[in-house]
Design a protein around this ligand. Structure first.
Ligand SMILES: *[C@@H]1O[C@H](CO)[C@@H](O)[C@H](O)[C@H]1NC(C)=O
Ligand SMILES: *[C@@H]1O[C@H](CO)[C@@H](O)[C@H](O)[C@H]1NC(C)=O
Ligand SMILES: [Zn+2]
Length: 987
């Protein structure tokens, strides 16, 4: 029996439906967020229709082509028309709702609107009719993105929303409807950004079946092992149909489902049939969810370009389905948004299960594991990672120097171009490698352009800080020994800027043509250096782009958030560097590590940590999986940009032996290994390093045999791993993995290799009770531990078939320099430690790999007044504290994120809370006050209130209050990131 208020509501819905002309609502309240939700009916099944569009920030077309609707021959999609059309349709009926997600597009559109249109849109937002969801610049990929870049891209999107719309523009829900698997660290970040809930569309098909059966498609995700609950708890919901509407209810211009034909005098009246179908779908959906509310995503990729089609039919659907209530139907349909749906789940006062692992790997069928993209486009993945490092240096120098960085002797520079290019690159078809080739090129071009703008800013900053107007030269190809100034100059200096807040030692290799050099540090003291010959592999990979014959190698020491300067002078008439020896040494070692080789095969054979006297067998080699071409008795799935599907579980060995040559000097020892014309490696041990560097060069992968190839390196060790290994999540906390096993559901394994691959964002390790071997990577890669004691990492892929997930191209990369196939080079850093102490080493090593010293060069003599050293820090920070963000925010404020980079239970040295004084932190900034913000800097910390959820078994300890020690001192606990806005006095 309906109550009086229910009856009134029906009348309201009835009258306002646009089927009956213009809306009759007169008194619209100025509310947004949860208060603007339509009423629901407690005794009915409430169906929340969520009109939405999914707008990829680049995929088959680049982001600008998508915005304008250019190149519709590739894909019909134009975001500007979507927003035009939706606003128009929202105005026609105040009951209608729409959510918008990707700020990279909305920002482009907003810039072009007239003041009156902006006013109209603001009103829609203030009334909750247009609601922003997620609200980052893009919907980031979750496997291959690094947390620092994800936080940055969320920050710029959410900042734009706050500044444009105020509190009504603040999204309450995170929305990752398309990413191909879900990372725990993303959930942790979203919780700390203040989101009340999170919805996604894709998870393993077996997991989904089990969750449907148990009604566990909605749960609380506890996303951190270190942060005290509920800091990283996030309510999470799995959407019923990916992000698509139910079958037969797609009314976009791109769909061909029947409209609702409701005039009985015309042919094919179908209202009764449509209503019946809809009610049936709603009931079957409700059967696999817990509450009397369900959500339906009414939209899909680039839909709503002609929004009238969708809304006209949904208006009718709502009207006719609800009209059945007078005949006893208990189904109530309404326009809604994810936050309105979430609010109902919260009000339902149910208890929820707890999830503590993650949603990798993702499979949509037995032979369809989306684990290829963990490694797809390895060169783009590396370029994105380098670009992040460069952006952080750019941000820091802008904050430390102030306006003189943007406008200075070298012209106008900015960090914003780079920040936006990086934000676009986080999209789930960007750094993931699942875009078309021309779009990958566009992402790279944006990053290169952003870097141009940053270079001007950095040159201006270094000029101000060093009191020198010398021209700064940037060498972006040092990894392949190209740098015109060091190759040709007889005297030059190297400025090394360190973006880390602790001093670092950094080996540097500069291409040179002389054979003997004097290198002096900032105090004029000579530094141990050596000249060695450029390897054949490097000559082959750089081709005609450079011609240096030697490399000058020395160790740099750079101060925290600062720079130092080395001067290099060519010495004449000295002998040529020694030729490499053509044999494999049995042993190479420094004071920390001993590395052994099998002298008959030329392969690595063992690793010893000399400090801890621990030793393992360590065999390493290179293999390739033959990519499935889709012509297979079990399934016609081929390997492609998304999917990894080897034709056989046994990979081909590229070579049993490696030809080697060895160079031994006081600074570095190199064993150069050739495995084939397309695989080589340098095993490199620097005199001062606790890690062993493996620099691999792979490509062009031959395809003249018509076989797609997926190249791995595999470490086979004496460590007794008994199926366990460990990978990081977005470069941060580490998760345990186990072969052929998932922690929360019973796995029927159907792909013994691809089904055991996980994203390795910055590191992976294997261990037993005594030994831990950690591999730090220089970019995101996929990998697994298939055999006891083994760890494999996929380095490069070249495929001949599309994997039918939409990209429509085989992943077959070439470029103008490499027309016969891309060559990729990268580094792995290996460390062997006791498990209890391993994190003390690998956390810092990984951080050093992510944030690299930035080198700039000046030719000739520096001016006498030039300042050769600088640090932006007033006081040394504790080693556990990392400056995650230091960036100019406004004219007189700076955004600072301090991070405790250790987990609570790992290592021994660095797991205590640390205290930092914010007033006495930076040498060039006078800090006059500060406020604390949420992680994404769009809400003051003390205003951050999130929904509380009841857990089935509530293991939540009482939240403890940890007051900061004093007004200026803040305490940072393991794995905590604290975000501050520092007010600085004007300079
Ligand atoms: C929620 O449920 C608990 C017990 O299950 C009950 O004590 C409480 O009153 C309920 N709250 C509301 C608002 O219904
Ligand atoms: C949101 O924007 C307003 C208006 O620009 C600003 O005053 C406020 O400080 C911003 N809030 C946060 C948390 O940055
Ligand atoms: Zn997408």
């Amino acid at each position: 029996m309906a109550s009086i208020s229910d009856v009134l509501l029906i009348v309201n819905l009835f009258l306002s439906a646009s089927v009956f002309g213009f809306p009759l609502h007169q008194d619209i309240k100025q509310t947004c967020g949860y208060e603007s939700c339509h009423a629901t009916k407690p005794n009915m099944l409430n169906v929340h229709l969520v009109p939405h569009t999914h707008d990829d920030v680049g995929w088959l077309k680049n982001v600008d082509q998508y915005f304008y609707g250019d190149r519709n021959d590739i894909q019909h999609a134009g975001v500007q028309y979507i927003l035009d059309s939706v606003v128009d349709q929202l105005l026609k009926n105040p009951d209608r709702r729409f959510i918008y997600v990707e700020m990279a597009f909305f920002y482009r559109w907003w810039k072009q609107q007239t003041p009156s249109m902006r006013q109209t849109v603001k009103q829609l937002v203030n009334e909750g009719r247009l609601e922003f969801i997620n609200g980052g610049w893009c919907m980031s990929d979750e496997a291959t993105t690094h947390y620092s870049a994800v936080i940055d891209q969320m920050t710029i999107g959410l900042r734009f929303l706050n500044e444009t719309f105020g509190p009504c523009g603040r999204p309450r829900v995170a929305w990752h409807i398309d990413p191909f698997g879900h990372a725990r660290e993303h959930a942790s970040m979203f919780a700390q950004m203040g989101y009340d809930g999170f919805f996604f569309g894709r998870l393993d098909y077996q997991d989904r079946e089990e969750r449907k059966r148990k009604k566990q498609q909605e749960f609380v995700w506890r996303a951190s092992e270190s942060l005290a609950p509920p800091v990283a708890d996030l309510f999470t919901g799995i959407l019923p149909n990916g992000y698509n509407p139910p079958d037969n209810f797609c009314w976009d211009q791109s769909c061909s489902d029947s409209p609702i034909r409701d005039d009985p005098d015309l042919e094919d009246y179908n209202v009764d049939d449509m209503v019946m179908q809809f009610i049936k779908i709603a009931k079957s959906q409700a059967a696999v969810y817990k509450s009397n509310h369900i959500i339906m995503t009414m939209g899909s990729d680039f839909q709503y370009e002609n929004a009238n089609l969708w809304y006209k039919n949904m208006d009718k659907l709502i009207h006719y389905v609800n009209a059945q209530q007078k005949n006893g139907s208990k189904v109530n349909v309404l326009y809604s948004t994810p936050s309105c749906y979430l609010q109902e789940l919260h009000n339902a006062n149910l208890t929820w299960t707890l999830k503590t692992d993650d949603f990798f790997p993702y499979a949509d069928d037995a032979h369809d594991f989306w684990t290829g993209y963990f490694s797809s486009r390895p060169a783009l993945k590396r370029y994105e990672r380098v670009s992040n490092s460069n952006l952080q240096s750019c941000n820091q120098l802008e904050a430390l120097v102030g306006p003189g960085s943007r406008n200075g002797p070298f012209g106008q520079g900015d960090s914003d171009t780079m920040r936006k290019a990086m934000a676009v690159a986080q999209h789930h078809d960007a750094v993931s490698g699942t875009e078309k080739q021309h779009v990958a090129n566009d992402y790279a071009k944006r990053l290169a352009n952003g870097w141009q703008h940053c270079q001007v800013l950095i040159s201006n900053s270094l000029a101000a800080l060093s009191n020198s107007l010398a021209q700064r030269i940037y060498c972006n190809n040092l990894n392949i020994s190209i740098c015109s100034v060091t190759e040709s100059s007889e005297k030059f200096s190297v400025n090394v800027y360190n973006p880390l807040a602790r001093p670092v030692n950094w080996p540097v290799r500069l291409p040179v043509n002389g054979s003997s050099y004097l290198v002096s540090d900032a105090r004029g003291i000579p530094v141990d250096c050596e000249v060695i010959r450029v390897s054949r592999a490097t000559q082959e990979v750089r081709r005609s782009r450079g011609s240096a014959v030697n490399e000058l190698v020395f160790q740099m020491q750079a101060p925290p958030l600062g720079f130092t300067t080395y001067t290099v002078t060519l010495l004449k008439n000295l002998p040529r560097p020694p030729s490499p020896k053509h044999h494999t040494p049995a042993v190479i070692q420094n004071k920390f590590l001993k590395v052994t080789f099998d002298t008959t095969t030329g392969l690595l054979s063992g690793l010893t940590n000399l400090e801890t006297s621990q030793s393992i067998k360590l065999k390493q080699n290179f293999y390739w999986y033959n990519a499935s071409d889709g012509n297979n008795s079990q399934s016609n799935q081929s390997s492609g940009a998304y999917i990894f599907r080897p034709n056989s579980s046994t990979p081909f060995l590229i070579s049993k032996t490696a030809k080697t040559e060895t160079i031994q000097t006081s600074v570095v020892t190199e064993v150069r290994q050739w495995f084939s014309p397309w695989v080589s490696q340098v095993v490199r041990l620097y005199a001062d390093s606790r890690t062993l560097e493996l620099e691999w060069t792979v490509g062009p992968l031959p395809i003249d045999d018509d076989l797609g190839k997926e190249v791995i390196t595999r470490f086979d060790t004496s460590i007794n791993t008994s199926q366990y290994f460990y990978t990081d999540s977005n470069g941060r906390e580490v998760l345990q993995r186990r072969t052929n096993f998932r922690p929360t559901w019973h796995l029927r394994q159907s792909e013994p290799i691809a089904g055991n691959y996980y994203p390795i964002n910055s590191r992976a390790y294997i261990k037993d009770d005594v030994d831990q071997l950690t591999v730090v990577t220089d970019r995101s890669q996929g990998g697994g531990s298939i055999y006891n004691g083994s760890l494999e990492i996929m380095l490069h892929r070249r495929l001949l078939y599309d994997d039918t997930r939409g990209v429509g191209e085989p992943l077959n990369e070439s470029s103008s320099v490499f027309p016969e196939g891309l060559v990729v080079r990268g580094r792995l850093l290996l460390s062997l430690e006791r498990p209890a102490h391993a994190a003390d080493v690998h956390r810092l090593v990984a951080q050093q790999m992510v944030l690299q010293p930035l080198l700039t060069f000046t030719d000739g003599e520096l001016e006498p007044q030039a300042k050769l050293e600088f640090t932006g820090l007033q006081a040394v920070l504790p080693p556990a504290v990392h400056v995650l963000t230091l960036a100019q925010w406004d004219t007189d404020s700076v955004l600072l994120r301090l991070e405790h980079q250790f987990q609570a239970e790992e290592g021994k040295m660095n797991t205590q809370p640390e205290t930092v004084n914010l007033q006495k932190l930076f040498s060039t900034l006078e800090v006059v006050g500060f406020s604390e913000l949420n992680l994404s800097a769009n809400q003051w910390k003390d205003e951050m209130k999130r929904f509380n959820w009841t857990l089935q078994k509530d293991e939540r300890p009482l939240p403890k209050k940890f007051p900061d020690p004093s007004q200026w001192e803040v305490t940072i606990r393991p794995m905590e990131i604290r975000t501050f806005l520092l007010r600085t006095s004007s300079r």
